[in-house]
Design a protein around this ligand. Structure first.
Ligand SMILES: NC(=O)c1ccc[n+]([C@@H]2O[C@H](COP(=O)([O-])OP(=O)(O)OC[C@H]3O[C@@H](n4cnc5c(N)ncnc54)[C@H](O)[C@@H]3O)[C@@H](O)[C@H]2O)c1
Ligand SMILES: O=P([O-])([O-])O[C@@H]1[C@@H](O)[C@H](O)[C@@H](O)[C@H](O)[C@@H]1O
Length: 515
């Protein structure tokens, strides 16, 4: 029984609708929605059954761009947690942690205690989740620098921490990768010394072999491939080239130049049955890739990790507009000095990022036609500048101006020093942990016989991404807390708990008695 409002051990839901067997958790769940026709609103109930495998397979993650600031920070950060590393800084002794990860550092409300007070548990205490320190990590990079030296090059971790981790990382050398100077900034060519040569078909086969070798050499059952390499320019969408799965595969065989390296990685992953996650803003998931993922029922997710400046934007815009204030202009400026910033200093790659950073207020605007006309939208300006001196310590400056009551104006100005990779690494970890959970979930309508996997396009990961990929016809949600509660409500459903309603009626209606 919880008297502290927190349950540290795994919870057990005592319900006739939830079965815990040795291998599975099966929950019968009533999904409630309402259908609107004109001004008539009809409540709908759909009886679903969820089945979650309790055994977590030996899981590996393959990072594309492993030697980058994010890739090295994630790898070294997980290792530091595994070794329980401590290190000294001018503030004193530091300890490894997973701050910034919702899977490791956030709780969710699971109910009320006998005093009608809320009780919370970690997400991994509600449903079995992979322990990050059990992850096998490897990857590809166009630079052959060891992960130890790449960690030093990144200048993200304190020196004493780098010193302690260096011996563990020095033998990690990224596999050669697929490089196309046409798709990233020309200033990246100086680090491209680790390349797979040959035709696109030959490169595809090499990537597939890398994945198979990784699985076989380490006894890994489940591999997740995650792109944290540099932002590419958008690929051209062309009928006959990449508009269908078959055309895409034929274009690769034909060595078509407009097939991006990121798309080649996505195809290799899907054909090897591996979940693929795109952490950058380019349009890796062209229609042919999505069709291929649906054909093979392989999970995909993207695009572009949502870390600092954009995450705050989704909160502030939600707060302003859903307070009835008419947001009229958003100016988002930042400068950074890491290699990502250097790559983004090229107009073609900046455009990919500008698109993902600009789209995040669309849903909240679209939802409020009381204050915005059909095609009305706030001014929204995105600026990114490369300033080498600041390194990974990105400086973000934002201004939000809104129209308020009776012709008034409200202006909010923010300055935010976001340590880019220290904010991104836990987001990457959450993408891996939640994607792994989704590979263990099956769903059916209770009256049906057959279970099916989740839709291959994992929109449930939107909380972690600027420009969420969603199944065709599905609405894109950017509002941060809607996205977060879609994750925790999904986890509640896996164990038969109703969604959060925030109503607290037990404190609003005298008839509720303390049990
Ligand atoms: N806060 C963040 O850091 C953040 C947030 C959102 C998105 N992102 C995106 O994550 C990506 C990585 O960010 P970063 O700061 O680690 O950048 P980085 O430049 O430090 O790392 C990218 C790595 O990818 C490698 N690379 C480039 N092309 C490659 C290819 N075709 N195959 C294999 N490796 C390749 C580079 O050599 C480099 O080591 C970028 O696209 C960035 O826009 C970062
Ligand atoms: O903090 P955030 O906006 O979510 O995301 C960051 C951008 O602000 C920054 O301009 C870019 O260089 C980083 O790659 C990352 O995308």
């Amino acid at each position: 029984m919880s008297e502290t409002g927190f349950v540290g051990e795994p919870i057990v839901v005592a319900s006739p609708n939830v079965e815990y067997s040795k291998n599975e958790i099966i929950s019968r769940y009533e999904y409630r929605e309402s259908r609107v026709n004109g001004n008539i609103v009809t409540p709908l109930n759909e009886n679903l059954t969820f089945k979650t495998q309790r055994k977590i397979p030996k899981t590996g993650v393959l990072l594309v761009g492993w030697g980058g600031n994010n890739g090295t920070t994630l790898t070294a950060g997980i290792l530091a947690n595994k070794l329980k590393t401590t290190w000294m800084t001018k503030e004193g002794e530091q300890h490894a942690n997973f701050l910034g990860s919702i899977c490791r550092s956030v709780t969710m409300r699971i109910g009320i205690d006998n005093n009608l007070q809320p009780v919370y548990a970690p997400l991994f205490g509600v449903i079995p989740m992979l322990n990050p320190t059990d992850l096998d990590i490897w990857g590809w990079d166009i630079s052959n620098m060891s992960i130890a030296n790449a960690m030093v090059r990144a200048r993200v971790f304190d020196y004493d921490l780098q010193r302690k981790l260096y011996p563990e990382l020095k033998d990690m050398i990224p596999w050669p990768s697929v490089y196309s100077e046409d798709f990233i900034a020309a200033n990246q060519s100086e680090r491209a010394n680790n390349i797979i040569h040959g035709t696109k078909q030959e490169q595809l086969q090499t990537l597939r072999q890398n994945i198979r070798d990784f699985k076989q050499s380490r006894g890994i059952e489940n591999v997740i491939v995650l792109w944290t390499a540099n932002t590419e320019r958008y690929a051209e969408l062309r009928e006959g080239l990449n508009d269908t799965a078959d055309n895409l595969l034929r274009s690769i065989e034909a060595d078509a130049s407009e097939i991006a390296p990121s798309t080649l990685f996505a195809v290799a992953s899907i054909l090897e049955g591996c979940t693929y996650i795109n952490g950058s803003p380019q349009n890796t998931f062209i229609p042919g890739v999505i069709e291929l993922s649906e054909r093979h029922q392989v999970l995909i997710a993207g695009d572009d990790f949502k870390t600092g400046q954009t995450k705050i934007k989704t909160v502030l815009c939600d707060f302003l507009i859903n307070s009835g204030l008419k947001l009229a202009s958003v100016v988002s400026y930042n400068h950074l000095g890491n290699n990502d910033g250097k790559n983004l200093s090229a107009p073609k790659t900046f455009r990919s990022k500008e698109i993902s950073k600009s789209g995040v207020i669309d849903d909240v605007i679209r939802a409020n036609r009381l204050i915005y006309g059909e095609n009305e939208h706030p001014d929204h300006c995105v600026v990114i500048k490369y300033v080498p001196y600041v390194g990974d310590s990105k400086r973000a400056m934002d201004e939000y101006t809104s129209e308020i009551f009776m012709g008034g104006r409200n202006t909010i100005v923010l300055h935010n020093t976001c340590e880019d990779s220290l904010l991104a690494a836990p987001i990457i970890l959450d993408l891996i942990l939640l994607a792994e959970l989704c590979t263990r979930v099956q769903i059916k309508r209770t009256q049906d016989e057959e279970f099916s996997r989740m839709h291959p396009v994992l929109s449930i990961l939107s909380f972690l991404l600027k420009s969420p990929q969603v199944p065709s016809g599905s609405p894109i949600v950017h509002s941060l807390f809607n996205q977060r509660y879609s994750i925790t409500n999904f986890i509640r459903a896996l164990v038969g708990l109703p969604p959060e309603t925030f109503m607290l009626l037990e404190h609003k209606i005298p008839c509720f008695q303390k049990s």
